[in-house]
Design a protein around this ligand. Sequence first.
Ligand code: B3K
Ligand code: ZN
Length: 874
Amino acid sequence: GQVFKLKDYRPTDFVVERIDLTFELDPTQTRVVSRISLQRRDGVAADAELVFDGDELSLEGLQLDGRDIDPALYTATPDTLTIRELPASVPFEITVTTVISPQTNTQLMGLYRTNGVYCTQCEAQGFRRITYFYDRPDVLAVYSVTIIARKSETRYLLSNGNLVSSGSLDEGRHCATWFDPHPKPSYLFALVGGDLGLIEDSFTTMSGREVALKIYVEHGKENRAGYAMDALKRSMKWDEEVYGLEYDLDIFQIVAVSDFNMGAMENKGLNVFNDKYVLADPETATDADYANIEAIIAHEYFHNWTGNRITCRDWFQLCLKEGLTVYRDHTFSADQRSAPVKRIAEIRLLKAHQFPEDAGPLAHPVRPETYREINNFYTATVYEKGSEVVRMIRTILGAEDFRKGMDLYFERHDGDAATIEDFLACFAEASGRDLRQFALWYSQAGTPSVSVSTDWNEAGHTFKVTLEQSLAATPGQPRKALMHIPLAYGLILPDGSEFAGQPSGNDAENGVFHLTRRKQSFTFTGVPERPVLSINRGFSAPVTIAMEQSAADLAHIARHDSDGVARWQALNEQATRYLVEASKLCRDGRNLPSAQKLAEILVATASDESLEPAFRAQALALPAESDIAREIGSNIDPDSIHAARNAVLSEVARFGADVFARLAGAAPEGAYSPSAEDAGKRALAGAALAYAAIADGGPGRAMAAFDAADNMTVLSQALQVLTQSFPAAAETADALTAFRTRFSGDPLALDKWYAIQAMMPGKTTWRRVEELLDSPDFDRSNPNRVRSLIGGFSAGNPTGFNVASGDGYRLLAREVIDIDKRNPQLAARLLTAMRSWRSLEAGRQEQARLALVSIREAANLSPDVSDIVDRMLD
Ligand code: B3K
Ligand code: ZN
């Protein structure tokens, strides 16, 4: 396949000003007429051809200024339209007619149908599946869209911007015309036509304009859209208060659809959502679902400024909108909920998804420099690490200069298709800082490592901290330059207070060490007693820290650090160390040392009423098996990790049995509320239930919790305890049957049922997954179903998926090859679950390699899957 390179960027030869689209919707014969006003760009040769993108298109008509173009003057293939001899200096209009089939569009890119609803997904390159156009983000045009369809099946006809007219036509048809005054790239175009339910509200902006808010969902699910509406209003308010950014149309619409390749899409004024991130009620959604809805509603809304008003020059700049918008939704959620608890969840996610990506064959810079298939770059690196990079800018600049930089960015680039250089220049200018070395975060892949040593001079009362950075080679980047790494720190004295003095030199300010050279030392003088160093507080930089810190020092941080995130980091570090050690011993068939110390601190934290429940729940959640595997890094045996972790769980459970039994029974008072506070209480009770059940040694308590549950959070917690700790018990089978019967008509709730089973540990889970895949009511074409079952298995079940026989890998390979025929994006995404295959022990590695080779050798692979499999095998 073709390789696209950042350095090859050049603007188009023709400039587009307006595009008028007319759709006559039909399941298999949708007619699209596109009238485009164009003009040759100044300085472009008079004989330059106009080259538009297409994808599986067939041309039905082509006109220049209303007259058919001579077929000798153009060439149309399914993926390009080239027109020759166009006017050299005057503006002209091209009319392109195509006919497409939404009904058979299983890729879910372009115009497709889901549950009888017509909808579009155009990012990154779906618009070219609708009509021939410059399908690239630097071509901004004003869109006017007319939709014609049968009234009976499309009660609502929607597109971007404001509705300008609508009416009835003959033969039971109707039409609507929408106009979006804001110039936009084609990837932000959207159209929806369908018979849907609607909830409405409104928002008054800070300048007093009233905006109509509409959320469309499947009929009968209107009462599940209230939380999304509430989250939307809070997002609109927050963006005004925190960034001074106001919404800019008279209407903001969200449509929830059941077949969607990712979470949601920020189309101008008409967001399209995976219904999983809109629909929630206590009976079918968990606290985590509510939190995700809040975050994703906010994310897509915030794109209105960071993404839509200022978009990307090319797809290499994807992090310009995604990293920044993730940063914005993170800070929004932190403000709406508990900031430290939110940050802990982010750190967990980053380490679980981004660190392995950075350490394996799919590693790429936050701003990649080449790609074969852009859809494969909507990654944890672009999104989550991209957000961390913005967060570091804020750490380096401080809140005030950061805001000045953002203001300048909006002021200078509103209406632009911008680059990372444009973005960084705003912060450099607003703060007077040199960010050139910092910019390496965008171009160098891999997770830097910082080794830390300390030296306490008792007689001189000095404390010296030495930092040294390194960054391993990644694909295509054998040698790396030194980075600018901002590390927040604190010195904690024996009495728990913090030493306030500054270190020598000027490489530290406001509690942050700026590591810019290979090795740097910071000396604190006048330190009264030996302090404990708390480093990378709040995870100020996305790096790994190598430091020999004693268990006692970690415990000191865990107890006294003024930063809650750092307290959790210390606890987590202590647990990780123990689990890594225990896994290695298990592997060698040796006995495990006592986990008493760890148990003591975990149980003490769990029962500390001065801490918020959500934090205590986070503390109780031991590092996952995949976290332990990542720390071990190579020659991984998932079974010994599982065994070691279970042994630790048992020891903690026995030690804290009374505490856990008490906490497991606690529930928030009153009716269910998705508030962060109540969610935190349920999280703590759920974590305690898992330990209490292990201490019991039987399923009784979890089964009782399952039977008594009056909301999905508690119900699914109980089901997870049963399936994880008592997979073979009759009660577990009963609970699974009861769950399935109760939610048989509710696909989103059943997704939990699939995922929970897919994640059951053990050597035979792959058979269960196979059976579930073959069950008659499993819809293999729905991405949510597929992700729950196959994704849950391959990405969420280390022992089951990595079964030594290779059956797990073969199952995934088979499904990837099959799904690829219908939906390449989904197939490629599922396959990334194998990205760390080279860190497995030899036997599994060989099985994994064989499965990957079988994929590579399959016929007619999509560019999506071949790109991933080639990089993984390289
Ligand atoms: N911008 C979309 C993602 C589109 C993915 C295309 N493969 C959602 C988001 O990040 O908000
Ligand atoms: Zn986004």
